[in-house]
Design a protein around this ligand. Structure first.
Ligand code: A3P
Length: 319
């Protein structure tokens, strides 16, 4: 209804006209809003999220940059939390895309310019976002709720993003040139929600300060040993695997259910669409570490390595 309308079109238009903007890698523009590059269509939802979302202590918020393994993290966290309710063979993941089980604030919950009815989410609730730490609503920072951050090395993150946005780009715009996208990524503009190091370091520092409330995971650690990373996740979420569960293979059952090859082959992930602009099948490409070697020149690698060294210096974070 009209009363529930979240943002006045005029207000948003005024705001947008005051912000720096760049051509998006897909179509339209990204705007520099509060220090990060936000796709224009998500700005009203981000503002509504900041204004209206009230976190509860029992909430879990999954946070990523686009293309760092969000789909995988949603599947894992959902399965770990709900394992008493669903065994792998009767999990909703067999017929539902992970993005429909754990909605994004900016693409789902607040996306329709309507105040959402959050009473349909019984606690413990789980949501997701790409918004950087400084721009989260205060209630998420102060309620004692849990934040799980997943990041991926910038080389693979960039290549995955380039593929993804290339596919979603309207043909009339021509191809997204790798060199141009890379230059923009290195200059901190990213395809959305970056700069990369601003995003990653914000959550990294918070995880060092408040390890009970902010868990920092990497895609590379998960690829190397998913079972031990999942045990960390379960412990953090307050539902550690019991010895009996471990002996019964519950951990392996969930990691198999959520594996790239298993999810990729589900009908819903071959033919469905759960996010605006993107078909589910584009969420599953290769799912590996190190694919960037097939795309980046030695000069590009050198450039990004230098930036990384400089940005991560003294942080304790390494890729
Ligand atoms: P690649 O493009 O390198 O293959 P997001 O979910 O944040 O959009 O990230 C997508 C990336 O994660 C893609 O990387 C995709 O293939 C990979 N991915 C999707 N599901 C996965 C899974 N279950 N396990 C591992 N990687 C997965």
């Amino acid at each position: 209804t009209e009363n529930n309308n979240l943002a006045e079109t005029d207000e948003i238009a005024d705001l947008l006209s005051s912000l720096p903007k760049e051509k998006s890698w897909r179509s339209g523009y990204v705007y520099r809003y509060q220090g990060f590059w936000c796709p224009e269509n998500q700005i009203p939802a981000v503002i509504a999220f900041q204004k209206h979302f009230l976190a509860q202590k029992t909430d879990t918020i999954l946070v990523t940059l686009p293309k760092s393994g969000t789909t995988w993290l949603k599947a894992l966290a959902f399965s770990v939390m709900n394992r008493a309710k669903y065994t792998p063979s009767c999990s909703p993941l067999n017929s539902v895309n992970p993005h429909d089980l754990v909605p994004f604030f900016e693409f789902g919950v607040y996306a329709n310019n309507q105040l959402p009815d959050l009473s349909t989410f019984p606690p413990p609730r789980m949501f997701a976002t790409h918004v950087p730490y400084p721009s989260l609503p205060d209630s998420i920072k102060n309620s004692g709720c849990r934040i799980v951050y997943l990041c991926r090395n910038p080389f693979d993150n960039f290549i995955s993003l380039w593929h993804f946005l290339s596919k979603a780009r309207p043909e009339r715009l021509g191809p997204l040139l790798l060199e141009e996208a890379f230059d923009s990524f290195c200059n901190g503009r990213h395809g959305g929600f970056g700069p990369f190091f601003y995003h990653v370091l914000g959550y990294w520092r918070e995880s060092l300060e408040r390890p009970e409330e902010v868990l920092f995971l990497t895609y590379e650690d998960m690829k190397e040993d998913i079972n031990s990373q999942m045990k960390r996740l379960a412990e953090f979420l307050g539902c550690p695997f019991s010895l009996e569960e471990e002996a019964d293979g519950v951990v392996e059952g969930i990691s198999k259910l959520c594996s790239f090859s298993n999810l990729k082959d589900k009908e819903i992930n071959k033919t469905g669409r759960s996010l605006p602009y993107f078909e589910n099948k584009t969420l599953f490409r290769r799912g590996e570490v190190g694919d960037w070697v097939n795309y980046l020149t030695p000069e590009m690698v050198d450039r990004l390595n230098k930036i990384m060294e400089q940005k991560l210096a003294g942080s304790g974070l390494k890729f």
